[in-house]
Ligand binder design. Structure first.
Ligand code: DON
Length: 312
C-alpha cells in the first residue's frame, strides 16, 4: 500500500472512533458459551500497531478476553509453518462457505474438504493436522508458542472459559465426527476438538491482536519483537484467507464497507491486517446475529473510512 499517512492522523481517527462508539449499547454478549454471557458488556478497546512497532491505544486494550475464532488465523498460520501453503489448500481449502461459522450444512455441501481453516470445521481439521500428530501435549505447546510469536507475548488460558465451552460444545462434537466420517481428520477427533476448544479459550488483549495483525501486514516479521515468525511469501495467502471469510456470511458486506481483511471472534475481538500499513484490533463483548462484535466493527470501519484506506 503506497498511501502516506501519519501516526497523528491514525491516532486522531482512532480517538474519534473510541469516543463516538464507547456508549453504544447495540448487540448482546454471546450466551451459548455461559462464561461469555457474564463478561462486562461495557468493555471497549482499540489498538493499532504500525509496522515500525509503535502502538496506538484507546480504552481497555490490556483486558484479557477470550480469543475464540480469531485463534483460527493463528492455527492456520501454524499449519502453513509446519506443512506449507499447498498442504493447507489440499487438506482444508481456502473457500468462503457463505454460511455461519458453526455450519454443519457447509460440511455436507463440500464433502471433500472443510472449505477454509477460518470456520469451525476447518479449524478443527487444522488442529488435527498440527504436528506432532498423536501427541496432544506437544501440539498444544506448538499452538501456544505460535500465538506467542505472532502476538509478541504469551496468551493465557482462561480456565473457566475452557470448562464452560467444553461442557456445552455439542455442535462442535458433531462437526468433529462428521469430519472423521469424510476422512478430514488427521488425528483423534476428540483430542483435536479439545485442542480447538482450548485455543478458543485463550485470553488475549486487543494490543496483542493488533501486533499479530501487524505481523501479518509486515510479511511475517513481528514489528515489536523483530522475529521473522513465518515466511514472507505466506503473508498474501494468510491475508487472502482472512479477506475471504473473516466475517463468515457477512464477509462481503464487511470488506465492501470497511476495506480491511479482518477476523472476528464471539469473545468480542476483531483483528484486522492492512498489508504494508498496520495491524488493528478492537474489542467489545456485545455481538450481532452472525457472532461479530458490534462496536469493534463500527470502530474499525470508522477508522478505515476516515483515513480513506482500503486493501483494494
Ligand atoms: O467454536 C465456537 O463456537 C467458539 N469457540 C468460537 C466461535 C467464534 O468465535 C465465532 N466467531 N465469531
Amino acid at each position: 500500500m503506497n498511501k502516506t499517512i501519519t501516526i497523528d492522523q491514525i491516532k486522531a481517527a482512532a480517538e474519534e472512533a473510541y469516543q463516538l462508539y464507547r456508549n453504544n449499547t447495540a448487540g448482546k454478549n454471546a450466551d451459548y458459551i455461559p462464561y461469555l454471557a457474564n463478561i462486562d458488556k461495557n468493555l471497549f478497546g482499540i489498538s493499532i500497531c504500525l509496522l515500525d512497532g509503535r502502538t496506538i491505544e484507546f480504552g481497555d486494550t490490556q483486558y484479557k478476553f477470550g480469543i475464540e475464532s480469531v485463534s483460527k488465523v493463528h492455527t492456520a498460520i501454524l499449519v502453513i509453518r509446519q506443512s506449507g501453503t499447498d498442504e493447507l489448500l489440499n487438506k482444508i481449502g481456502a473457500d468462503a462457505t457463505g454460511l455461519p461459522f458453526n455450519s454443519i450444512f457447509a460440511i455436507l455441501l463440500e464433502k471433500d474438504h472443510p472449505s477454509t481453516p477460518l470456520v469451525n470445521a476447518g479449524a478443527i481439521t487444522a488442529c488435527s493436522m498440527i504436528q506432532p500428530v498423536g501427541d496432544a501435549d506437544k501440539k498444544w505447546e506448538a499452538i501456544v508458542s505460535n500465538i506467542t510469536e505472532l502476538c509478541g507475548s504469551a496468551p493465557q488460558l482462561i480456565d473457566e472459559l475452557y470448562q464452560s465451552e467444553s461442557a456445552t460444545n455439542f455442535n462442535n462434537r458433531s462437526i468433529s465426527w462428521l469430519l472423521k466420517n469424510y476422512n478430514r481428520m488427521y488425528d483423534d477427533p476428540d483430542k483435536s476438538l479439545d485442542l480447538y476448544t482450548r485455543q478458543c479459550s485463550l485470553g488475549i488483549t486487543a494490543q496483542q491482536l493488533a501486533i499479530c495483525g501487524a505481523t501479518i501486514a509486515n510479511k511475517g516479521l513481528n514489528p515489536v519483537s523483530k522475529l521473522q515468525v513465518f515466511d514472507a511469501g505466506a503473508s498474501s495467502k494468510i491475508t487472502s484467507l482472512i479477506a475471504t471469510v473473516g466475517f463468515y456470511e457477512h464477509t462481503g458486506d464487511w470488506l465492501y464497507t470497511s476495506g480491511i481483511p479482518a477476523k472476528t471472534g464471539v469473545g468480542g475481538g476483531v483483528m484486522g491486517t492492512l498489508p504494508g500499513l498496520f495491524g488493528i484490533a478492537a474489542f467489545a463483548p456485545p455481538i450481532d446475529d452472525a457472532g461479530n462484535s458490534v462496536k469493534a466493527q463500527l470502530a474499525i470501519k470508522y477508522i478505515m473510512n476516515k483515513l480513506e484506506l482500503s486493501v483494494f
